[in-house]
Design a protein around this ligand. Structure first.
Ligand SMILES: CC(C)(COP(=O)(O)OP(=O)(O)OC[C@H]1O[C@@H](n2cnc3c(N)ncnc32)[C@H](O)[C@@H]1OP(=O)(O)O)[C@@H](O)C(=O)NCCC(=O)NCCS
Length: 219
């Protein structure tokens, strides 16, 4: 694959917030836009990015191409801490905001929540916890049209360097994309867990794989 040198990786700044939120929605369905299954970008962007941009921006990076933000890596050095902050400071406010905006009463969203609930009842949302050996986590997304030319690898290497400089033991994350799995394997991540989720079946017509990848960094 050709390597495109015409991009820069830099730390996330407050001015990138809108672009990061937009990219999160444009890539939320295994790299495709979320509009197929969810109707309210404001709420979805909060759910996907708010912890990282507002509570741990120092662990986030963007990739810029001709002064346009075309991708990001959002990280958390301590995934357990991020889970607690999300539970204590984000979830309740987000539910209230969704109620105010009428998000949870929109037909497309009701269908999605219903299928997530079914999936939860079937036990599909359970997964092993890898916090002890892999305490950090990350999320990465590159806009369509800018993929396959080294940007994702450069973002990952930047984040791994940062985590190593902080002596973090390891990093783990989940993905539902088979193609992203090939990307992570090439970068040296190990597959830690494999499962499946059925909550997109009502429009994809099939179950979606669910993977957790990890990499030990030190210790
Ligand atoms: C997955 C993603 C972050 C990879 O970033 P990228 O800039 O496209 O990847 P790179 O160009 O750095 O590729 C690195 C290696 O992975 C491989 N790779 C990347 N995308 C791949 C794909 N879709 N299928 C197979 N291999 C892939 C490349 O072949 C490359 O190997 P090479 O260096 O030997 O040629 C990006 O494609 C993306 O955002 N995809 C859509 C959203 C997504 O799936 N996000 C991950 C959710 S956890």
């Amino acid at each position: 694959m050709p390597h495109d040198p015409a991009f820069i990786i830099r730390k996330y700044e407050q001015k990138d917030r809108a672009a990061v939120r937009e990219i999160a929605c444009l890539t939320a369905l295994m790299g495709e836009p979320s509009a197929v299954f969810f109707d309210d970008d404001e709420i979805l962007a909060d759910a996907l990015t708010l912890y990282f941009t507002d509570h741990e921006p120092e662990s986030c990076w963007v990739v810029e191409c001709e002064k346009k933000v075309v991708g990001y890596l959002l990280g958390a050095v301590d995934a357990e801490r991020s889970r607690k902050i999300t539970a204590q400071k984000i979830v309740f406010a987000l539910v209230m905001k969704a109620l105010r905006r009428g998000t949870i009463f929109r037909w497309k969203n009701i269908r999605f929540f219903f299928h997530v609930l079914l999936s939860a009842l079937k036990g599909e949302l359970k997964a092993p916890v890898f916090l002890k050996d892999y305490p950090a986590t990350l999320h990465i997304n590159i806009l369509k049209g800018y993929r396959g030319t080294g940007r994702g690898s450069a973002l990952i290497q930047t984040a791994l360097g940062y985590l190593r400089s902080k002596a973090v033991k390891g990093v783990h994350f989940a993905t539902m994309s088979d193609q992203a799995g090939q990307f992570y394997s090439k970068l040296g991540f190990q597959l830690l867990f494999q499962g499946k989720r059925s909550y997109f079946r009502y429009f994809l017509g099939q179950d979606t794989p669910f993977y957790i990848y990890g990499m030990r960094l030190s210790g």
